[in-house]
Design a protein around this ligand. Sequence first.
Ligand SMILES: NC(=O)c1ccc[n+]([C@@H]2O[C@H](COP(=O)([O-])OP(=O)(O)OC[C@H]3O[C@@H](n4cnc5c(N)ncnc54)[C@H](O)[C@@H]3O)[C@@H](O)[C@H]2O)c1
Length: 261
Amino acid sequence: MDKMFQDRVVMITGAASGFGALAAEKFAAQGAKLGLSDINGAQLAQVATALRLQGAAVVHDTVDVSDEAQVASHIGNITQAFGTLDVGVNNAGIGHDVTPLQNLSTDDFDRMMNVNAKGVFLCMKYQIPMMQAAGSGAILNVASAAGLVGAGHLSLYAAAKHAVVGMTKAAADENAKRGIRINAICPSFSATPMVDEMADQVGGRAGLSREEALGHIASRIPMGRVSAPDEVVQAMLWICAPDNSFMTGQAIAIDGGLTAI
Ligand SMILES: NC(=O)c1ccc[n+]([C@@H]2O[C@H](COP(=O)([O-])OP(=O)(O)OC[C@H]3O[C@@H](n4cnc5c(N)ncnc54)[C@H](O)[C@@H]3O)[C@@H](O)[C@H]2O)c1
């Protein structure tokens, strides 16, 4: 039986850790050729090497997604190696201190917008022309539940993720007749290194262990738990799947019910 992404070329940013690293593994298992990038070059090289040992075709580059020249050069390397680009998973992102807005700095604002919003803009800016030339493609921007609703103490993260949802919808409209589907995924808390770090920070201030802090976060989610990264990554694959051909411009919450209440 054919695999879901057999010989499709899939670009994933932030591929050294968390959702990105797991997505790389799952897309490869479904037959994809991979273009992987991350600002953490050493950890990315480990991910790429492990995937090559399992037989995957991988191009990998150390890339800061907020740097236009690096993004453009990486996409050039992918298309030079594989001839095309079928799927873009714009996943790289960062958090900030969990604290009220007035405690954050203009540097926090710039960092959040540069990585979480401009990074997605730059990836789409160079992915879309490749896909328009081919007449097909799928882009998935990794936003957040904080891109759909207010997320107290995460104001700048929420601002940047709302920007991602807005860009996703506008770009989807612009490309709907050109064979390119563009969607966003909006996870709530998932057990990746980003959330562990957040739990350590919040827990540390309140004298709680990581597990206790995670338990507190989970208690706010209707399902009463944070997600396993695989529960988000399976949805990522489905959103990008060639058979999922009529979905575009959507911001899909994978959030245990958080944004439903
Ligand atoms: N984990 C969650 O609960 C959760 C919830 C909602 C949304 N998200 C989003 O999912 C995405 C992935 O996060 P994760 O949870 O896997 O975190 P993670 O920290 O495990 O992975 C993020 C990766 O992005 C990379 N990165 C950071 N800045 C970069 C830059 N400037 N250029 C390129 N790469 C960069 C990091 O090195 C890291 O490998 C992020 O966009 C995050 O905002 C995560």
